[in-house]
Design a protein around this ligand. Structure first.
Ligand code: HEM
Length: 183
């Protein structure tokens, strides 16, 4: 009787581990491949739903596709708030959060593909690649300005911070005009 119970127990645990194993393997499976540059087909065609303010955080290694519109809106929201607070020394910590929020959304924008509608007039693959390059180059310039802006806020240099915000806005307007973004 005892032998039978032991055998039954061993049998049961073997059956259980066989049932659980595929679940463990499924959990270890890598995340789905991200949508690569140029895989979009129109404004929303980037292989992922559109979030706001960088909501779509990447999984392991941040490898998921990012909504450019959401990241741009996130930058815009933080910029507006920052403009209203940058002259007030008592809001320094809030301003530092806002500028970091802009940097986060700028970095997220850099991981996004240029939406197809901004590439559709490019004559060939080389012309498309040039637009992609310029897009990322403008965003790198934007990120540098945002880091300088952070330094100015940390140092309490309000005039310098205000001048840098104007530069960020000028860059945004220039980049949007070049790409044909209607905002
Ligand atoms: C702080 C600087 C910037 C701000 C606040 C900003 C803000 C915005 C806003 C509000 C939109 C419209 C989103 C929508 O409603 O569809 C937008 C779209 C866009 N922006 Fe910016 N932008 C900035 C800088 C840049 C830079 C440097 C580039 C690079 C070239 C850029 C490229 C684009 C593109 C391609 C779109 C179209 C996105 C889409 O249609 O999905 N922006 N941006």
């Amino acid at each position: 009787m005892k032998t039978f119970r032991t055998t039954a127990l061993i049998g049961l645990s073997l059956a259980l581990s066989a049932a659980i194993a595929p679940i463990a393997i499924a959990q270890d499976a890598p995340p789905a491949a991200p949508a690569g540059p140029g895989s979009g087909s129109g404004k929303g065609g980037q292989g992922a739903p559109r979030g706001e303010g960088g909501e779509q955080r990447g999984g392991r290694g941040g490898a998921q596709a990012v909504s450019l519109e959401g990241s741009m809106k996130g930058m815009n929201r933080a910029l507006k708030a920052l403009k209203g607070a940058v002259g007030d020394a008592s809001k320094k910590n809030d301003c530092l959060k806002m500028v970091s929020e802009m940097q986060r959304n700028c970095a997220a924008s850099k991981t996004a593909a240029v939406p197809a509608e901004y590439l559709k007039n490019a004559a060939d693959a080389a012309a498309k690649a040039k637009i992609e390059d310029e897009f990322r180059s403008e965003l790198r310039t934007n990120m540098r300005l945002l880091l300088d802006l952070e330094d100015a806020i940390v140092a309490g240099k309000t005039d310098e911070a205000t001048a840098l915000i104007a530069k960020v806005e000028a860059l945004r307007d220039h980049a949007h005009k070049e790409m044909g973004v209607k905002d």
